[in-house]
Design a protein around this ligand. Sequence first.
Ligand code: NZQ
Ligand code: ZN
Length: 394
Amino acid sequence: MQSFNFKCPTEIVFGRGAEKQVAEKIRAYGGSRVFIVYGGGSVMRTGLLPRIESYLTGAGLAFQVLGGVKPNPRLSLAREGVRLAKQFGANFILAVGGGSVIDTTKAIAHGVANPDTDIWDFWTGRAALTKTTPFGSVLTLAAAGSETSDSAVLTNEETGKKQGLNSPLNRAALAFMNPELTYTAPLRQIKAGICDIMMHTLERYFTKVKEPNLFTDLVAESLLKTMMKEARAAVKDTHDYEAMSEIMWCGSVSHSNFTELGRCKDFSCHRLGHELSGRFDVTHGESLTTLWGHWAKYVYQDDVPRFAHFAEAVFGIADGTEEERALAGIDAMVAFFRELGMPTNFTELGIGVQPKDVIVELADMLTFGDTKTIGNFHPMDKQTAIEIYERANH
Ligand code: NZQ
Ligand code: ZN
């Protein structure tokens, strides 16, 4: 097993009615002036936001609200949030929504704590992030895992670059996780979220690390099997509390780094997918299922035993040669995505077949003009990225 540091400090309040503790918990983390961030209005329609406001008012906490976060959250709104939160004197930033709202919240928290730095400089690496403002979330969609992750992803709409920032300071102080709050999410978003959760573990399962790591592997395989079982129940009935609970908890574990310990991240498909979202504004989870099978079939020969092990451990595929089992495991994973109705090529993703020059531009953006390789299982240069995009380009 490889050495690791793991600190996931987020206090998780999980279960029915979890959000009712929002005021007392925020106060315990020193919050008295709460800047609330939300998305396109679902939390108004469900009545969740007014309830959160009433809990804060009842506890004597001041708050100000900013809505309008879009999926693939934009830098400009985060900058506006920083300006408003500073003006308000916020000392706690609270997301009420999904991953896009939480990532905007993280950006605002960083901006408030660093008033002289443009937040995008943290994402580009021009400035080092050394402090932030306490923040947390009332989660309404099981998907991105941002409620516990050390990551935040923004899109700079001026350049079309969708960029992640990894930092321990991206770990939230608090996460309120009531599975019932996810019932109202559109089925398409629930499915995309399910696949994103699985991908956060898959992208830690296939890495350059070859040392055995039994416990982490078993956790990862169990998470993937749990997700497939509960996904089938959830898409039949999005009000199935047990299914939505399992999915919500897997979402937080999957991107907390817990399925990575002793291994590392690869995240090639995420990076390939972010370029599609940055350019075409496609749903994150859908960008991943569009690419994963093509990526896997391109790279599996780098570690056939690993893919064969995956096939047996997750899908019970025991027949055939090692290579046949490896390929059957990839096919089984893609078949599950298709069973959910997820896209597995550009046409199904809704962006249509792309001309060669667009593919080249995507690969160029991804690899910063062919100056960086992406991932580590099979490090991708620009040409490799072009070939993987082309496989999905039908
Ligand atoms: O905006 P509202 O009106 O709230 O509607 C949202 C949005 O349209 C809706 N929704 C969410 N919960 C709902 C609901 N509608 C009704 N009832 C509910 N309970 O769902 C839509 C999608 O929301 P969004 O927050 O965009 O989804 P998700 O949680 O999948 O987040 C996706 C974003 O997170 C990033 C993705 O790249 C993408 O930008 N990621 C963030 C990560 C992180 N910070 O660790 C890791 C991930 O890999 C990912 O990259
Ligand atoms: Zn993801």
